[in-house]
Design a protein around this ligand. Structure first.
Ligand code: HEM
Length: 406
């Protein structure tokens, strides 16, 4: 039975209020080995920053780059090519392309689509379809930004829900099977969209803010600067950014196009849900965008992430040995009083907050702006429609995403 007095840092993710527990860790055990977890736990801002900044620590165990349950399946092939799940020079170049594409995502179009899909869902009447608003709408918008339309956006949104089932360490054989089927389907859906994005004609004139592309390294049709938001949108930007980085072939791009959807899915659902919980608990600012941005820090939808030591790593006098695992408590570090004054206050409009929710260092999330844009649009539409609730939610039984069951 889970104890709410002494939870593990993994159990804390789904407590109604994990923050007193995190605060004790920050104050008393900012970087320590947790026997129950069999892992080092980084809790304060200094430890989290050091861990995420270290090249000695990797996102996957050296001996198991792809989880055994999906190795050799389509899901395993996608997983093994994701920038999120790989380290090294090739991953860093790919990350540049992924981040370059997301930096040019058409946020205005994303907000307009999220608002429209939310209004359409609410117009059907009846109970508020939280599941659809939290998971379905953001995934559909990212699918639409990736060039999927006419129902393919909905299908991709459904399939990505199956694909992410393979990500937790607790995934079952059924989860692995569902993820493999979903990965195959997502490749079928996004493959032609990626090809179309790579071969689309180049319009005149190019957007003034776009640097000229570098020489082609082969593998793509010749691409050039392209105004954000046109023909193929996010995937076009991905192809352009990849060519600019001299990436040799399009293979990993398809996996990382699927990655746009998988990275959106749980995390953005959590941000929408946690913002609704903040409103239910009395947050009363009219500025929904400021509220969403503060909820990112105050009640992080991604509470923790993991690292695996490939080489020795020393912080604050403790040494992590190769092969050992680390749990990085992003949500605890967000409330470290050493970096954020009055950290337990929900203060929309907080000046220069230090926020770890989107990670830091080489694997820092490149989708933060898109995620807050989507969440703000969905919550704004709900508030405009007169939404209110006082319900105290339970949370999904997940190990790193904090997602209320509304
Ligand atoms: C509230 C929503 C989101 C949160 C809280 C979030 C959080 C994170 C975190 C913590 C990481 C780093 C993980 C680590 O270092 O171990 C990450 C990575 C990443 N995120 Fe997000 N994310 C969100 C939404 C998105 C969206 C909407 C996209 C794109 C459509 C996105 C794309 C990515 C990618 C591509 C990576 C991998 C980066 C790398 O490994 O270099 N994220 N995200």
């Amino acid at each position: 039975m889970t104890s709410t007095v002494h939870p593990t840092p993994v159990e804390a993710v789904r407590l109604a209020d994990p923050y007193p527990f995190y605060a004790r860790l920050v104050a008393e055990r900012p970087f320590a080995f947790d026997e129950a977890l069999g892992a080092w736990v980084a809790a304060d801002a200094a430890a989290v920053r050091a861990v995420l900044g270290s090249g000695a620590l990797r996102v996957r165990p050296v001996a198991e780059p792809v989880p055994a349950g999906i190795a050799g399946t389509a899901a395993g092939e996608v997983f093994g090519e994701l920038v999120r799940m790989t380290d090294g020079a090739a991953a860093a170049r790919l990350k540049g392309a992924v981040a370059g594409a997301l930096a040019r995502a058409d946020l205005g179009r994303a907000a307009a689509l999220a608002a429209r899909y939310t209004r359409e869902a609410l117009a059907r009447g009846g109970e508020v379809p939280y599941e659809e608003l939290m998971f379905g709408v953001p995934a559909r918008v990212v699918a639409a930004l990736s060039g999927l339309t006419d129902g393919a956006d909905r299908e991709a949104a459904r399939a990505i829900g199956d694909f992410v089932r393979c990500l937790p360490a607790s995934a079952t054989r059924d989860d692995h099977r569902a993820a493999a089927t979903a990965a195959t389907r997502l490749r079928e859906l996004l493959g032609p969209a990626l090809t179309a994005a790579a071969t689309a004609p180049v319009p005149e004139p190019a957007a003034p803010s776009t640097p000229a592309p570098g020489p082609s390294a082969g593998g793509f049709a010749s691409v050039a600067a392209y105004p954000a938001g046109q023909a193929g949108g996010l995937l076009r930007e991905l192809v352009v950014a990849a060519e600019r980085s001299g990436l040799p072939h399009p293979g990993p791009l398809l996996s990382n196009a699927i990655g746009f959807l998988s990275q959106t899915y749980d995390a953005t659902a959590g941000l929408i849900g946690n913002t609704l919980v903040a409103l239910a608990r009395g947050a009363d600012t009219p500025d929904t965008g400021a509220l969403v941005r503060e909820v990112v820090r105050y009640d992080a939808p991604v509470q923790n992430t993991r690292r695996f030591a490939a080489e020795p790593f020393t912080h604050a006098g403790s040494t992590v040995e190769p092969g050992q695992q680390l749990l990085v408590l992003l949500a605890a570090a967000n409330r470290d009083p050493a970096v954020n004054p009055d950290p337990h206050a929900l203060s929309p409009g907080r000046v220069n907050p230090v926020v770890f929710t989107f990670g830091a260092g080489a694997h820092r999330c490149p989708g933060g702006e898109l995620a807050t844009t989507l969440a703000t649009a969905v919550v704004t539409e709900l508030r405009t429609a007169g939404w209110s609730t006082t319900a105290t939610p339970a949370y999904r039984p997940l190990a790193n995403a904090r997602i209320p069951l509304l």
